[in-house]
Design a protein around this ligand. Structure first.
Ligand SMILES: [Zn+2]
Length: 291
């Protein structure tokens, strides 16, 4: 009903990219919807911003948010580290459960770690960072790049503020403030991935970094002038994977719906106009990136 009224539709199948040419030793990337990704090589599995438990819009707005451990276990059976871009519910809700199920470390801001504490994650699985430091991650290295939240809702930053103490658990959506926002640089030794999970960034923090793959948030991008152009000029990526284009209210295993106004096709055109290959991945879809 709501879907019909808002005119929500899945992306046209033709927008999804064909498999990239296969090569030995590549990085397998799985898209989880919202800003969620699984990055995997035989040596390491790193998960970014997992949100699989996706309540519908009415339940999200009116009830405490509930995690679905069975769904998480089914789709992410293994993880070594879980990186959090910011502590809004659609980026962090499932992270503590994923860490409990797999033994992974939760790596993120003070606010992100306080969400871990609220959910009962032990200190031994929490790594707090303010960014600008290399964190060893097996043979990989990860580094938080201080950032800012995009003006995602009607040109404004939603649910601003920090969480210096653990929030209630289970939380209501509005109790999870974004805290410090971090873009992530993940260096596997052969590929560099930059993850921008909200449509804004601090140019000086990206200066001097060259990324092979950029995961780039679509929601709110029109409120950041020259967003795509500037990201390309700074990071000079070969591929950009648009993310955060779905409404986040459809069940994880259902067809996604595009957020009204996100214009995924337009974002692909913008990326390709900058000479970069746009790689659009369906929910739960995989691509292998190789140098
Ligand atoms: Zn957010």
């Amino acid at each position: 009903m709501l879907k019909k009224w808002l005119g929500l539709t899945a992306p046209q199948a033709s927008l999804y990219s064909a498999p990239l040419p296969a090569a030995e030793g590549g990085l397998e990337m799985t898209y989880l919807g919202t800003s969620g990704f699984v990055l995997k090589t035989p040596q390491r599995t790193v998960v970014l911003d997992p949100y699989l438990s996706r309540a519908n819009i009415l339940d999200t707005l009116t009830k405490p948010l509930h995690v679905q451990p069975g769904l998480i276990r089914k789709h992410i059976p293994h993880a070594d580290d879980v990186l959090i871009g910011h502590a809004h519910y659609d980026h962090i809700l499932d992270a503590p459960a994923l860490c409990k199920l797999t033994g992974a470390r939760l790596i993120g801001s003070v606010a992100a770690c306080n969400v871990g504490r609220a959910a009962g994650l032990p200190e031994s699985q929490l790594v707090e960072t303010h960014g600008r430091e290399d964190i060893a991650c097996g043979e990989w290295t990860v580094r938080g790049l201080p950032s800012i939240h995009g003006k995602a809702i009607f040109g404004r930053v939603p649910l601003p503020g920090d969480m210096l103490t653990p929030p209630p658990w289970p939380p209501r959506f509005h109790q999870l403030k974004h805290g410090q926002v971090l873009n992530w640089l993940v260096d596997t030794g052969s590929l560099k991935i930059v993850h921008i999970d909200s449509a804004d960034f601090i140019p000086a923090e990206l200066q001097g970094i060259q990324a092979d793959v950029v995961c780039l948030c679509a929601i709110g991008r029109k409120h950041r002038p020259d967003y795509v152009k500037e990201v390309v000029a700074l990071l000079k990526p070969k591929w950009i994977v648009p993310c955060h284009w779905d409404t986040m209210f459809t069940p994880f295993e259902a067809e996604p719906e595009q957020i009204p106004g996100v214009d995924l096709a337009g974002m692909v055109r913008e990326i390709e106009a900058e000479g970069v290959r746009a790689v659009v991945m369906p929910m739960r879809g995989k691509q292998v990136f190789s140098r």
